[in-house]
Write a protein that binds this ligand. Structure first.
Ligand code: PGA
Length: 318
Protein backbone atom coordinates (compact mmCIF):
# COMPACT_ATOMS: atom_id res chain seq x y z
CA UNK A 1 0.00 0.00 0.00
CA UNK A 2 1.29 3.53 -0.80
CA UNK A 3 2.36 5.78 2.04
CA UNK A 4 0.02 8.72 2.78
CA UNK A 5 1.10 12.06 1.29
CA UNK A 6 3.96 13.59 3.28
CA UNK A 7 2.82 16.48 5.47
CA UNK A 8 4.95 18.76 7.57
CA UNK A 9 1.79 20.15 9.20
CA UNK A 10 0.55 16.74 10.41
CA UNK A 11 3.48 16.59 12.85
CA UNK A 12 2.76 20.03 14.27
CA UNK A 13 -1.00 20.34 14.73
CA UNK A 14 -3.26 18.35 17.04
CA UNK A 15 -6.83 17.03 16.84
CA UNK A 16 -7.70 19.20 19.81
CA UNK A 17 -6.58 22.32 17.93
CA UNK A 18 -8.69 21.32 14.93
CA UNK A 19 -11.66 20.69 17.20
CA UNK A 20 -11.31 24.09 18.86
CA UNK A 21 -10.90 25.76 15.46
CA UNK A 22 -13.94 23.96 13.98
CA UNK A 23 -16.13 24.96 16.94
CA UNK A 24 -15.20 28.66 16.73
CA UNK A 25 -15.72 28.67 12.96
CA UNK A 26 -19.12 27.04 13.35
CA UNK A 27 -20.49 29.17 16.20
CA UNK A 28 -18.63 32.32 15.01
CA UNK A 29 -17.69 33.30 18.55
CA UNK A 30 -14.73 32.47 20.86
CA UNK A 31 -16.73 32.64 24.11
CA UNK A 32 -19.53 30.38 22.89
CA UNK A 33 -16.97 27.92 21.48
CA UNK A 34 -15.19 27.82 24.86
CA UNK A 35 -18.54 27.11 26.56
CA UNK A 36 -19.40 24.34 24.11
CA UNK A 37 -16.01 22.68 24.67
CA UNK A 38 -15.98 23.27 28.46
CA UNK A 39 -12.70 25.21 28.14
CA UNK A 40 -11.66 28.64 29.33
CA UNK A 41 -11.43 31.42 26.78
CA UNK A 42 -7.62 31.88 27.22
CA UNK A 43 -7.14 28.13 26.48
CA UNK A 44 -9.19 28.47 23.30
CA UNK A 45 -7.21 31.55 22.21
CA UNK A 46 -3.86 29.82 22.89
CA UNK A 47 -4.87 26.77 20.84
CA UNK A 48 -5.80 29.01 17.91
CA UNK A 49 -2.60 30.99 18.20
CA UNK A 50 -0.56 27.79 18.04
CA UNK A 51 -2.59 26.51 15.11
CA UNK A 52 -2.13 29.78 13.23
CA UNK A 53 1.64 29.61 13.85
CA UNK A 54 1.76 26.05 12.49
CA UNK A 55 -0.37 26.91 9.44
CA UNK A 56 1.56 30.15 8.90
CA UNK A 57 -1.53 32.33 8.34
CA UNK A 58 -4.27 34.04 10.30
CA UNK A 59 -7.41 31.88 10.38
CA UNK A 60 -9.89 34.42 11.76
CA UNK A 61 -10.54 38.11 11.60
CA UNK A 62 -12.70 39.83 14.16
CA UNK A 63 -15.25 42.49 13.24
CA UNK A 64 -17.11 43.74 16.32
CA UNK A 65 -18.13 40.71 18.37
CA UNK A 66 -18.29 38.35 15.42
CA UNK A 67 -15.36 36.36 14.04
CA UNK A 68 -15.01 35.64 10.35
CA UNK A 69 -12.87 33.04 8.62
CA UNK A 70 -10.04 34.24 6.41
CA UNK A 71 -9.74 32.45 3.06
CA UNK A 72 -7.14 30.07 4.55
CA UNK A 73 -9.51 29.60 7.52
CA UNK A 74 -12.35 28.66 5.17
CA UNK A 75 -10.22 25.95 3.54
CA UNK A 76 -9.15 24.62 6.92
CA UNK A 77 -12.78 24.60 8.12
CA UNK A 78 -13.72 22.33 5.24
CA UNK A 79 -10.84 19.90 5.90
CA UNK A 80 -11.15 19.95 9.69
CA UNK A 81 -14.81 18.90 9.42
CA UNK A 82 -13.79 16.02 7.14
CA UNK A 83 -11.04 14.93 9.55
CA UNK A 84 -13.24 15.18 12.66
CA UNK A 85 -16.14 13.45 10.91
CA UNK A 86 -13.81 10.62 9.83
CA UNK A 87 -12.72 10.09 13.44
CA UNK A 88 -16.37 10.05 14.59
CA UNK A 89 -17.24 7.61 11.79
CA UNK A 90 -14.39 5.35 12.81
CA UNK A 91 -15.59 5.46 16.42
CA UNK A 92 -19.12 4.49 15.40
CA UNK A 93 -17.86 1.79 13.03
CA UNK A 94 -15.62 0.31 15.75
CA UNK A 95 -18.54 0.30 18.22
CA UNK A 96 -20.69 -1.32 15.56
CA UNK A 97 -18.10 -4.08 15.03
CA UNK A 98 -18.18 -4.69 18.78
CA UNK A 99 -21.94 -5.17 18.46
CA UNK A 100 -22.84 -1.78 19.98
CA UNK A 101 -24.80 1.01 18.34
CA UNK A 102 -23.14 4.10 19.71
CA UNK A 103 -22.45 7.54 18.37
CA UNK A 104 -24.09 10.78 17.39
CA UNK A 105 -26.92 11.48 14.96
CA UNK A 106 -27.32 14.99 13.57
CA UNK A 107 -30.79 15.44 12.12
CA UNK A 108 -32.05 18.69 10.60
CA UNK A 109 -35.76 19.12 9.86
CA UNK A 110 -38.02 21.85 8.47
CA UNK A 111 -40.07 23.68 11.09
CA UNK A 112 -43.30 21.84 10.34
CA UNK A 113 -41.57 18.49 11.04
CA UNK A 114 -40.68 19.52 14.58
CA UNK A 115 -43.87 17.85 15.76
CA UNK A 116 -43.16 14.59 13.92
CA UNK A 117 -39.38 14.32 14.47
CA UNK A 118 -39.32 14.02 18.29
CA UNK A 119 -41.91 11.24 18.09
CA UNK A 120 -39.82 9.12 15.76
CA UNK A 121 -36.59 10.02 17.58
CA UNK A 122 -38.19 8.96 20.87
CA UNK A 123 -38.90 5.49 19.50
CA UNK A 124 -35.39 5.34 17.96
CA UNK A 125 -33.70 6.29 21.26
CA UNK A 126 -35.64 3.61 23.12
CA UNK A 127 -34.18 1.02 20.78
CA UNK A 128 -30.67 2.57 20.74
CA UNK A 129 -30.06 4.24 24.11
CA UNK A 130 -26.33 4.65 23.30
CA UNK A 131 -26.99 7.12 20.48
CA UNK A 132 -26.97 10.88 21.17
CA UNK A 133 -29.10 13.08 18.99
CA UNK A 134 -28.87 16.68 17.92
CA UNK A 135 -32.00 17.97 16.25
CA UNK A 136 -31.87 21.20 14.29
CA UNK A 137 -35.23 22.77 13.41
CA UNK A 138 -35.12 25.50 10.78
CA UNK A 139 -36.87 26.71 7.65
CA UNK A 140 -36.37 25.37 4.15
CA UNK A 141 -33.85 27.95 3.02
CA UNK A 142 -31.60 27.48 6.07
CA UNK A 143 -31.92 23.72 5.86
CA UNK A 144 -30.79 23.70 2.21
CA UNK A 145 -27.88 25.92 3.24
CA UNK A 146 -26.91 23.42 5.96
CA UNK A 147 -27.21 20.57 3.45
CA UNK A 148 -24.83 22.42 1.11
CA UNK A 149 -22.33 22.83 3.96
CA UNK A 150 -22.64 19.16 5.04
CA UNK A 151 -23.51 20.22 8.60
CA UNK A 152 -25.86 17.33 9.44
CA UNK A 153 -26.19 13.60 8.72
CA UNK A 154 -29.82 13.52 7.59
CA UNK A 155 -32.44 16.06 6.52
CA UNK A 156 -36.25 16.02 6.45
CA UNK A 157 -37.79 18.43 3.94
CA UNK A 158 -40.69 18.80 1.49
CA UNK A 159 -39.74 18.85 -2.22
CA UNK A 160 -36.03 18.06 -1.85
CA UNK A 161 -33.42 19.18 -4.38
CA UNK A 162 -33.20 16.93 -7.41
CA UNK A 163 -29.57 16.45 -8.31
CA UNK A 164 -26.89 13.79 -8.23
CA UNK A 165 -25.27 15.36 -5.16
CA UNK A 166 -28.11 14.40 -2.83
CA UNK A 167 -30.23 11.34 -2.21
CA UNK A 168 -33.78 11.67 -0.81
CA UNK A 169 -36.55 9.14 -0.36
CA UNK A 170 -40.25 9.69 0.47
CA UNK A 171 -40.96 9.75 4.20
CA UNK A 172 -44.56 10.65 5.06
CA UNK A 173 -47.44 12.75 3.82
CA UNK A 174 -47.66 16.38 4.91
CA UNK A 175 -50.86 18.27 4.12
CA UNK A 176 -51.37 22.02 4.19
CA UNK A 177 -54.75 23.17 5.49
CA UNK A 178 -56.58 26.48 5.80
CA UNK A 179 -57.11 27.61 9.38
CA UNK A 180 -59.31 30.41 10.73
CA UNK A 181 -60.64 31.59 14.09
CA UNK A 182 -63.70 29.59 15.15
CA UNK A 183 -65.91 32.72 15.01
CA UNK A 184 -64.67 33.89 11.56
CA UNK A 185 -67.33 34.32 8.86
CA UNK A 186 -65.73 31.69 6.56
CA UNK A 187 -66.14 29.08 9.29
CA UNK A 188 -69.90 29.45 8.74
CA UNK A 189 -69.82 29.28 4.92
CA UNK A 190 -71.09 26.23 3.08
CA UNK A 191 -68.30 23.68 2.59
CA UNK A 192 -66.25 23.34 0.51
CA UNK A 193 -65.48 27.05 0.38
CA UNK A 194 -64.28 28.27 -3.04
CA UNK A 195 -60.59 29.14 -3.30
CA UNK A 196 -61.58 32.45 -4.94
CA UNK A 197 -63.58 33.24 -1.72
CA UNK A 198 -60.66 32.41 0.56
CA UNK A 199 -58.26 34.81 -1.16
CA UNK A 200 -60.62 37.73 -0.43
CA UNK A 201 -59.44 37.48 3.19
CA UNK A 202 -56.19 38.68 4.70
CA UNK A 203 -53.54 36.07 5.40
CA UNK A 204 -50.85 35.60 8.00
CA UNK A 205 -48.02 34.06 6.02
CA UNK A 206 -44.74 32.32 6.83
CA UNK A 207 -41.50 34.21 6.04
CA UNK A 208 -39.72 34.12 2.66
CA UNK A 209 -37.47 31.05 2.61
CA UNK A 210 -40.19 28.86 4.15
CA UNK A 211 -41.14 25.66 2.30
CA UNK A 212 -44.75 26.04 3.45
CA UNK A 213 -44.86 29.45 1.82
CA UNK A 214 -43.30 28.06 -1.37
CA UNK A 215 -45.97 25.34 -1.56
CA UNK A 216 -48.78 27.88 -1.02
CA UNK A 217 -47.39 30.30 -3.62
CA UNK A 218 -47.07 27.47 -6.13
CA UNK A 219 -50.69 26.42 -5.50
CA UNK A 220 -52.03 29.95 -5.86
CA UNK A 221 -49.96 30.56 -9.02
CA UNK A 222 -51.45 27.41 -10.58
CA UNK A 223 -54.92 28.85 -9.91
CA UNK A 224 -53.81 32.33 -11.02
CA UNK A 225 -54.86 33.83 -7.69
CA UNK A 226 -53.17 36.48 -5.57
CA UNK A 227 -53.27 36.50 -1.78
CA UNK A 228 -53.52 39.50 0.49
CA UNK A 229 -50.75 39.14 3.03
CA UNK A 230 -51.33 41.14 6.18
CA UNK A 231 -48.38 39.91 8.14
CA UNK A 232 -45.35 37.63 7.78
CA UNK A 233 -44.32 35.54 10.79
CA UNK A 234 -41.40 33.10 10.98
CA UNK A 235 -43.05 30.64 13.36
CA UNK A 236 -45.97 28.24 12.92
CA UNK A 237 -46.95 28.54 16.59
CA UNK A 238 -46.94 32.36 16.45
CA UNK A 239 -49.08 32.21 13.28
CA UNK A 240 -51.65 30.06 15.11
CA UNK A 241 -51.77 32.64 17.91
CA UNK A 242 -52.14 35.49 15.41
CA UNK A 243 -55.01 33.66 13.69
CA UNK A 244 -56.68 32.91 17.03
CA UNK A 245 -56.40 36.63 17.87
CA UNK A 246 -58.32 37.50 14.71
CA UNK A 247 -55.42 39.02 12.75
CA UNK A 248 -56.15 36.95 9.64
CA UNK A 249 -56.43 33.41 8.32
CA UNK A 250 -53.52 31.13 7.40
CA UNK A 251 -52.42 28.02 5.57
CA UNK A 252 -50.27 25.70 7.66
CA UNK A 253 -49.15 22.10 7.75
CA UNK A 254 -51.74 19.89 9.42
CA UNK A 255 -48.85 18.52 11.53
CA UNK A 256 -48.66 21.91 13.28
CA UNK A 257 -52.23 21.31 14.50
CA UNK A 258 -51.26 18.01 16.14
CA UNK A 259 -51.30 19.35 19.70
CA UNK A 260 -54.13 21.86 19.16
CA UNK A 261 -57.31 20.89 21.00
CA UNK A 262 -60.45 20.17 18.97
CA UNK A 263 -62.81 22.57 20.74
CA UNK A 264 -60.21 25.41 20.78
CA UNK A 265 -60.21 28.82 19.08
CA UNK A 266 -58.94 27.52 15.69
CA UNK A 267 -60.81 25.58 13.05
CA UNK A 268 -59.73 23.96 9.81
CA UNK A 269 -61.74 25.17 6.85
CA UNK A 270 -62.84 22.78 4.12
CA UNK A 271 -61.64 24.57 0.97
CA UNK A 272 -61.86 23.52 -2.67
CA UNK A 273 -58.53 21.99 -3.82
CA UNK A 274 -57.32 21.55 -0.23
CA UNK A 275 -55.41 20.11 1.52
CA UNK A 276 -52.30 20.83 -0.53
CA UNK A 277 -50.08 17.76 -0.54
CA UNK A 278 -46.44 18.60 0.29
CA UNK A 279 -44.94 15.29 1.43
CA UNK A 280 -41.70 15.06 3.35
CA UNK A 281 -38.59 13.29 2.24
CA UNK A 282 -35.59 12.15 4.20
CA UNK A 283 -32.10 12.19 2.73
CA UNK A 284 -28.52 13.32 2.80
CA UNK A 285 -25.70 14.65 0.68
CA UNK A 286 -23.78 12.13 -1.42
CA UNK A 287 -20.63 14.13 -0.88
CA UNK A 288 -20.19 12.86 2.65
CA UNK A 289 -20.04 9.28 3.90
CA UNK A 290 -23.17 8.22 5.77
CA UNK A 291 -22.35 7.22 9.36
CA UNK A 292 -23.31 3.84 10.81
CA UNK A 293 -25.72 5.65 13.12
CA UNK A 294 -27.39 7.54 10.26
CA UNK A 295 -27.81 4.24 8.40
CA UNK A 296 -29.29 2.68 11.55
CA UNK A 297 -31.78 5.58 11.73
CA UNK A 298 -32.84 5.09 8.10
CA UNK A 299 -33.29 1.33 8.69
CA UNK A 300 -35.26 2.12 11.83
CA UNK A 301 -37.56 4.55 9.99
CA UNK A 302 -38.17 1.95 7.32
CA UNK A 303 -39.14 -0.69 9.89
CA UNK A 304 -41.14 1.83 11.95
CA UNK A 305 -43.13 2.94 8.90
CA UNK A 306 -44.00 -0.64 8.08
CA UNK A 307 -45.33 -1.13 11.61
CA UNK A 308 -47.05 2.22 12.22
CA UNK A 309 -48.12 3.50 8.81
CA UNK A 310 -47.68 0.78 6.19
CA UNK A 311 -49.93 2.36 3.58
CA UNK A 312 -48.95 6.04 3.73
CA UNK A 313 -46.21 5.91 1.20
CA UNK A 314 -44.36 3.51 -1.03
CA UNK A 315 -40.99 3.54 0.69
CA UNK A 316 -38.06 2.12 -1.19
CA UNK A 317 -35.61 0.12 0.84
CA UNK A 318 -32.51 2.16 1.31
P1 PGA B 1 -40.82 25.35 6.30
O1 PGA B 1 -40.80 24.03 5.38
O2 PGA B 1 -40.64 24.92 7.70
O3 PGA B 1 -39.65 26.12 5.74
O4 PGA B 1 -42.11 26.04 6.05
C1 PGA B 1 -41.83 23.13 5.45
C2 PGA B 1 -41.69 22.00 4.46
O5 PGA B 1 -40.83 22.00 3.54
O6 PGA B 1 -42.52 21.07 4.60
Amino acid sequence: MDKPLPSELARRISFRQLQVFETIARVENFTRAAEELFLTQPTVSTQIKKLEESVGSALFEQIGKKVYLTSVGQELFHYSREILDSVAHFEMQAANLRGLKKGHLRLAVVTTAKYYAPMILGRFCQQYPGIDISLKVTNRENLLDRLGKFLDDLYIIGEPPENSETHFIPLIENQLVVIAPRNHEISRQKAPVKLSEIVKHEFIMREKGSGTRQAIEKHMATHKLEMKIRMEIGSNEAIKHAVASGLGIAILSDHTMALTSDGGPLVKIDVEGFPISWPWYIGHTNKKRLSVVAKAFLDFIYADKKEHSPSIYPFEMY
